[in-house]
Structures are given as structure tokens and as C-alpha cells.
Design a protein around this ligand. Structure first.
Ligand code: R5P
Length: 295
């Protein structure tokens, strides 16, 4: 048996940190890394600005910050925590930013629009040694950002749905890479649907010639937002005789009302804890811990 020698283990002096939201995922990653969360004070000044203080001496430590820069306040908080950890002596900061707000505006759709995705990811990358994002909407925005890595948690999807699906489908051609990785892990077939967006809430889905009759189908996407994509895909697949349709995605951005509608029309809806929801049952903490160890 090989025992880890304390002196040579690279993550021996590792600590973890979290923000005010998403503590469940931070705790799970801490357990996977066998690291202890740093004691921090995070509160609001009376004018609404955020105050962040690290209450420990972190001299020489590697600190893994796990917090989704979700919405304006989450982005600011992530950057302030990075700064606070550095000032407390952290030697190396690894930022795990599972969901980064603003990352869906990845190009100019109309003349004169701000392109938000690279702005905030780049800003966060300046506050750490490594930035790990999860299933970013368009990985092309990360080009030229050398210390940023995108993780597709396909092993976590596969572990979650193993034994329950015999076909994996991507809701559109652009989502095929993620679906293919999960299907390969599961050893089942994979295909994609043809999606045309009609409005913010509705899409048209056409099935290819894939046979779904009597099958248990897992649709895997990066985001469930209004639920329009999953809802229509499920409707079409059921019409074609699918026995079960499961809707899985990395990021759950839905309202409670939209989630309830989805749950009435699908056999299962589940997402990761990149944003904490009541269906965040896909645990990606082990996969994230592996990526951190591999840096
Ligand atoms: C689109 O490109 C994304 O991959 C998702 O399919 C989309 O964001 C899902 O949105 P909704 O749930 O509103 O259909």
C-alpha cells in the first residue's frame, strides 16, 4: 500500500474558502480535499458595499476558494475574497468559480452591445493563480486567458444517472461534446436534437432519426433557464414513445414556478450545485477536487 508522505504531498498545506452563498458545494469540495475552511468575516457596510476579512494567518498556504460569482454581488465578493486571502499571506490561490454571471453574453449579437463574458472572467483571473470555471457557455471566450480552465463535469453526470438511462441526447448540435462524454462514460448511445429558438421562452425541437421508442433518455445541457428547451424536447420525445425523459444540466437558473412546470412534464430534473437549488442533486465535488489536485 502506498501511503501519502506528508512532506511531499502537494496539497498538504491546502485550505479552502467560501463566500456567503454556495456553502454546500464549498463544504463538499473541502471534504473531498480533506482541507479546512478558512474563517472569514463577510458582511455589508451600511451603504451596501461588501466587507471581507480573512481572520487567519495563511502564510505559505494554498487556498482553494469555491464560490460562484453569481450576479453582481457574487462577482464582487469573489474578487474581494481573493484579495483578502492574498493579504492574509496565502501563497497560492485557486479560484473555483462554478457559475460565472454574464458569461452568456459572449459576443455582439447586435451592433453596440457590451460583451460581458470575457470582462468578468478576465478580472477574476487576475486575482488568483488558477481560475477553474465549470461548463462555461462559450469556451472560446477563454482563449488567451492562460490561467483559466473550463471543466465539464461529465463524470459527475454519469455517476448520477448510471443505470437509469440507455440513451443520452444533446438538445442541440452545439451541446453534443458534453453529451458524448457522458454517454461514453456510461457506455450508451448518444445523439442530438435540432433546436431553433423562437423567443426567450420557446423553442422548436426536431428529432433526428434516432429511435427513442421504449428508451430511457437523458437530455444533458449546460443551463436550464426558463425550461423551454427541456420542456419541448421532452414533449417531442414522449410523442415518439420514449419511456422516460430525464433533464440534466450543469447550471440551474430557473424560477420555482418554471421548475414545477418542468417537473410535471419530465421524469426527473436535476442540476449541480453551481447554483444551489432544491434539485441540485448532481454532486461534482469529487471531480472538482481531482482537477484542483492535478494543477
Ligand atoms: C443555450 O444555448 C443553452 O445551452 C441552453 O439550452 C439554454 O440556455 C436553455 O434555456 P431555456 O431553459 O430557457 O430553454
Amino acid at each position: 500500500m502506498i501511503l501519502r508522505e506528508k512532506s511531499i504531498c502537494p496539497w498538504d498545506k491546502m485550505r479552502t474558502a467560501s463566500g456567503t452563498t454556495g456553502k454546500g458545494l464549498a463544504q463538499a469540495v473541502s471534504e473531498a480535499l480533506e482541507a479546512k475552511l478558512v474563517d472569514m468575516e463577510i458582511r455589508m457596510f451600511p451603504d451596501g458595499d461588501q466587507y471581507v476579512r480573512t481572520k487567519e494567518d495563511l502564510k505559505g498556504e494554498t487556498v482553494v476558494l469555491v464560490q460562484s460569482p453569481f450576479q453582481d454581488s457574487g462577482i464582487v465578493q469573489h474578487r474581494l475574497i481573493q484579495d483578502s486571502l492574498k493579504r492574509a499571506g496565502a501563497e497560492k490561490i485557486i479560484s473555483v468559480a462554478p457559475y460565472v454571471s454574464y458569461s452568456r453574453q459572449d459576443k455582439n449579437f447586435k451592433q453596440g452591445e457590451a460583451v460581458s463574458a470575457p470582462i468578468f472572467i478576465e478580472w477574476l483571473s487576475h486575482g488568483c493563480d488558477h481560475l477553474i470555471v465549470v461548463d462555461i457557455h462559450n469556451p472560446a471566450v477563454l482563449e488567451k486567458m492562460e490561467n483559466v480552465r473550463n471543466v465539464i463535469p461529465h463524470r459527475s453526470f454519469a455517476r448520477f444517472i448510471e443505470g437509469r438511462a440507455d440513451l443520452v441526447l444533446a438538445p442541440d448540435k452545439g451541446a453534443i461534446k458534453r453529451a458524448k462524454s457522458v454517454a461514453e462514460d456510461l457506455g450508451v448511445e448518444c445523439d442530438y436534437l435540432e433546436k431553433t429558438r423562437l423567443s426567450d421562452r420557446s423553442v422548436e425541437i426536431k428529432t433526428s432519426d434516432v429511435d427513442v421508442s421504449g428508451k430511457k433518455v437523458a437530455i444533458i445541457d449546460d443551463i436550464i433557464s426558463t425550461g423551454g428547451t427541456m420542456m419541448e424536447a421532452s414533449r417531442q420525445l414522449k410523442l415518439l414513445g420514449a419511456e422516460k425523459v430525464y433533464g440534466l444540466a450543469t447550471h440551474g437558473m430557473f424560477t420555482e414556478e418554471d421548475l414545477e412546470k418542468l417537473e410535471m412534464n419530465m421524469d426527473l430534473v436535476s442540476v449541480t450545485r453551481s447554483i444551489e437549488t432544491r434539485v441540485s442533486d448532481i454532486d461534482m465535488s469529487l471531480e472538482l477536487a481531482d482537477v484542483v489536485r492535478g494543477l
